[in-house]
Design a protein around this ligand. Sequence first.
Ligand SMILES: *Cc1c(COP(=O)(O)O)cnc(C)c1O
Length: 450
Amino acid sequence: MNYISTRGQTSPHTFTQAVEAGLAPDGGLFLPDHLPSIADKLSSWSVLSYPALASEFFQIFAPEISADEWTALTAEAYSRFDSPDVAPLRKLDDKTFVLELWHGPTLAFKDFALQLLGLLYKRQVKQSGKTLAVLGATSGDTGSAAIHGCMGQEGIQIFILYPHGRVAPLQERQMACTGASNVYAIPVPGFFDDAQRVVKECFADSGFVSRHHLSAVNSINIARVLAQCVYYIWAWLRLPESARSKVEFVVPTGNFGNVLAGWLAQQMGLPIDSFRVATNQNDILHRFFSTGEYRQEEVHPSHAPSMDIQAASNFERYLYYMLREQPDRVREVMAQMKSGTPIHLPHVSSSFRSSRMTDAQIERCIAEVWRQHGYVIDPHTACGFTDMRPDATSVVLSTASPAKFPDVVTQATGNEPTHPTLDALKALPLVTHPLEATAAAVKEFIASHS
Ligand SMILES: *Cc1c(COP(=O)(O)O)cnc(C)c1O
């Protein structure tokens, strides 16, 4: 299995090379060169534990890492989850299930990929004998999940930039209260885009990148997408057999990484009937799936901040398949998008539906699900609880623990959600390294700390 770029101007990479590179050198995103069928494996996979299933799946996609090594990597990656099922599937009623993806160390689904990615970085350090400086920008969840994937790993320093005063207080604590000496939480003035710009400028200095073995942690690494395919398979196998034939997965969506993983699993033969792309008021993807037009607008901050996105970075991977795997067409369309021209796509897969929710609807929805099912959901998950298919079983992906968003949830249910991990954080000292939002300041900091 090799990995190719959506833009067609990168030589084939192995899995480990593609993981190490992150972004393809031609500016595109890596994808497997073919999608193998998993349909005939499903029945034997139904008896496996979550880590064992992940190991079997990754052995197909990265055969250069041995089966024994995959078994050890996945066992370690999912050992810090606080549920024996890792991703428990809860039944709310006969037609509605919730897949809880927030039992990892930072209580959001990004731990599924970033716990594993941290271990793949560690493996890389061990094999190359070179230390690694991991750099990224975050609006909250990705940064904390990346930090928890890398903290305490020998040979790795991790630097995460975030907009000062603009991430949720608990998210900042998850980044800045680890006590780990290889973690640097760096608030910078401005918005997420400013932090992101500084990170991009650091990576544009190729001499600096190679001197410090700088590695990007962001939402487009192919390892992240593949790690997320696993829980769709896991969830489908946990459904009652009578429900499996017509299932819709409902996915709270921002950068399109999570739902893309499900769609890829479907393309490999997992019998999923449909997906619903659930957005908040930042509804570029809802507009796209309902009209075929992809038109960027301004971002409006919402109750579901991890979905406050108007340029879905993983969308290019879907575009590649919609454009019938023609990289020339992908380059054309991406250039058009970059210039701000809205694009129209004729071949949208019929597997996708979409929905949108305003903040007021999110609040009402959390209250309603609590009243009806006695079950508490977070504002991201809430975006999924609308417009259920009457003729199918729905599996709603719950992407974060309600305890991460106490204000909105308390207002909606009257009870403050708590979690022991977060309670413990409140007592720990906050250690941050504030810097100016310039590449010069950040490069100097990295040079003196790696
Ligand atoms: C990142 C995130 C999302 C959006 O996922 P994408 O893969 O970017 O579509 C949704 N909910 C939560 C809680 C998140 O952290």
